[in-house]
Structure formats: C-alpha cells, structure tokens
Design a protein around this ligand. Structure first.
Ligand SMILES: [Zn+2]
Length: 58
C-alpha cells in the first residue's frame, strides 16, 4: 500500500498526480501540479495549493 495514495471521497477512486493549466483570479498558470480523480475533478493538496499561491503573488 502506497503511503501517498489519496482516495476521492466521492468516488472512492485513487487520485492520479497530474500537471495541467489552471486559471485562478484571471491568471493562467501552466504545468500546475495537482491530483485528478479519474471520475470527477482535479483537487490540490495543501502543499500544491501553497505552491500555486506563491506563483500568483510574485
Ligand atoms: Zn471523484
């Protein structure tokens, strides 16, 4: 069992780590790291979200 595995609480499917373009507050960030549930949507861990915030506030 992988320690880093996270399950989508809605689908009970393991998230896959992905990089994608993400828009926040009108700013498009490229190659943002996040987690994607194969069945619904992308989410961010707290760490990943912090990294996004840093890129925006520079
Ligand atoms: Zn899901």
């Amino acid at each position: 069992m992988k320690a880093s595995a996270l399950l989508c609480p809605t689908c009970y499917v393991e998230y896959v780590e992905v990089e994608f373009d993400f828009e926040l507050d009108g700013v498009i960030l490229q190659n943002v790291k996040g987690l994607r549930c194969p069945a619904c949507e992308e989410v961010f861990t707290t760490e990943q979200y912090e990294a996004i915030r840093k890129r925006i506030s520079v």
